[in-house]
Design a binder for this molecule. Structure first.
Ligand SMILES: [Zn+2]
Length: 231
């Protein structure tokens, strides 16, 4: 069963990449059929098998030898591992599967374009509600709600004052907060420490000071760490 869940996770990883790439190219998710983003040739079914295709094709598209970033291969493995983790450790795994899928879509859209689709944000909000209904007691929701509201107002003020953070980041911080409750403080510390280290590394590598830093990948990693490390 674990292998099947890992494969499902890897397939979801592949789907997430497709949605994010299509968003980056301003294409619809449904049409046209899967194609190469370089020469636009339609992909054969055997070139769309998660993990296997990358290994067989050695990181290049069959049609025009377009280089496929190794990062894509790792996303498929990563999603497979996360799904396996959720399946093993969460009794109500389905809402978490859906939540992680939408969360990773906005993370990748943010990485590729520094923006994300607000429709996916709405779906992420609904999947958070699904987790609260399925996996949280009314008591826990009441206890966590003030953290979510505080985080929302706090980051809205920060974003208005500094103009360095998008409204979407504020909503996602708040969605994580309602799931984490009092552990929000640790979650925020870990997020900003990682984003800070990344910003310093960017500066040291000679990047322009004004290069925007995508926040969602750090929010997602910190959230996963909080789920894993029981602080
Ligand atoms: Zn091609």
């Amino acid at each position: 069963m674990e292998i099947i869940i890992f494969i499902i996770g890897a397939c979801i990883g592949s789907f997430i990449l497709l949605v994010a790439e299509r968003y980056a190219h301003s294409e619809s998710i449904i049409k046209p059929n899967s194609h190469c983003f370089s020469c636009h040739k339609e992909l054969k079914w055997f070139d769309k098998i998660p993990l296997v295709s990358y290994l067989v094709l050695q990181g290049k598209s069959r049609c025009c030898q377009r280089k496929i970033p190794i990062f894509y291969f790792f996303i498929e493995i990563f999603t497979g591992v996360i799904y396996l983790y959720i399946f093993i450790f969460k009794i109500n795994f389905l809402p978490y599967f859906i939540f992680v899928m939408f969360f990773l879509i906005v993370v990748l859209q943010d990485l590729l374009t520094m923006t994300f689709d607000t429709k996916i944000l709405v779906l992420l909000f609904l999947s958070t509600l699904f987790i609260l209904i399925e996996d949280f007691s009314v008591f826990a929701i009441k206890e966590n709600l003030p953290f979510a509201l505080f985080t929302l107002v706090f980051f809205f003020c920060i974003s208005k004052l500094t103009k360095g953070m998008g409204n979407g980041d504020c909503y996602i911080f708040s969605l994580c907060s309602i799931l984490l409750g009092y552990r929000t403080t640790w979650f925020l510390c870990i997020t900003f420490i990682m984003a800070g280290i990344y910003a310093v590394l960017l500066l040291l590598s000679g990047k322009n000071k004004k290069t925007p830093i995508p926040m969602l990948p750090w929010i997602f990693i910190a959230f996963c760490m909080m789920e894993y490390i029981d602080i």
